[in-house]
Design a protein around this ligand. Structure first.
Ligand SMILES: [Mn+2]
Length: 226
């Protein structure tokens, strides 16, 4: 079974379209959350998620759009959450509020668990610098060979005897100094996981960010990959 892993699309339609093209035919696309927020195409991105039957967990931005609680957010992120709330219709909000915290997929006898931040919290950052003992504890806790996370916007792969922690990076707002959209092709049976980087039309997204009156910083960071 061939999977594609995506995360943190954050309303970036142009990046998502190019990534879906590059993914081509796979059995299933899994998303580690943050479908909306930051970028100015939330409805269009939700539509594509539905069309491609993407299975996604909820991210902290998705949740903030549903609840209106932006107390954890910096001012730019909070403003984008509020803007996104005003763009979405009732059905789209319902789609976001229906997303689970955790997804578990069994491929033969191999279990894959997906959460946004960590298995404990949608807000917790699990970074390449997070200590091994903590990562191993998380894998044991979810009783899965593979734990797929998002939230940091940093691609990551760490292998232990307990299992493997994967983060496919971010489609819509990469933060590893590479401005190209990130995603992974992943075969849970063989364990093969390949990170792909895809160029997209950042100018068009930046223009739309400015046109909608969202923070200039949100446009700038797309070019910087941070
Ligand atoms: Mn995010």
């Amino acid at each position: 079974m061939e999977l594609a892993l995506i995360s943190d699309v954050h309303g970036n339609l142009l990046a998502l379209e190019r990534v879906l093209e590059d993914i081509g035919d796979v059995d299933l696309i899994l998303s580690a959350g943050d479908i909306v927020g930051y970028n100015p195409y939330p409805s269009e991105v939700i539509k594509l998620f539905r069309e491609h039957n993407v299975r996604s967990v909820i991210g902290n931005h998705d949740r903030a759009v549903v609840t209106g609680d932006v107390s954890w957010f910096n001012p730019f992120a909070a403003e984008a959450v509020e803007w996104t709330q005003n763009q979405l219709n009732k059905k789209e909000i319902e789609y976001l509020s229906g997303l689970e915290d955790r997804l578990t997929i069994d491929v033969g006898d191999v279990r894959v668990t997906v959460t946004h931040g960590s298995p404990r919290s949608v807000e917790e950052y699990v970074c390449p610098t997070t200590i091994d003992i903590k990562l191993r504890g998380m894998i044991s806790e979810v009783e899965s060979k593979y734990l797929v996370l998002g939230h940091t916007h940093l691609p990551m792969r760490k292998e232990f005897k307990e299992g493997v922690v994967l983060n496919p990076g971010s489609v819509g707002q990469p933060r590893d100094q590479d401005e190209r959209a990130a995603y992974c092709k992943f075969n849970p049976t063989t364990g093969e996981c390949k990170l792909h980087r895809i160029e997209y039309d950042i100018d068009r997204v930046a223009e739309k960010i400015r046109k909608e009156g969202l923070a200039e910083k949100l446009a700038r960071r797309l070019y910087q990959g941070r």
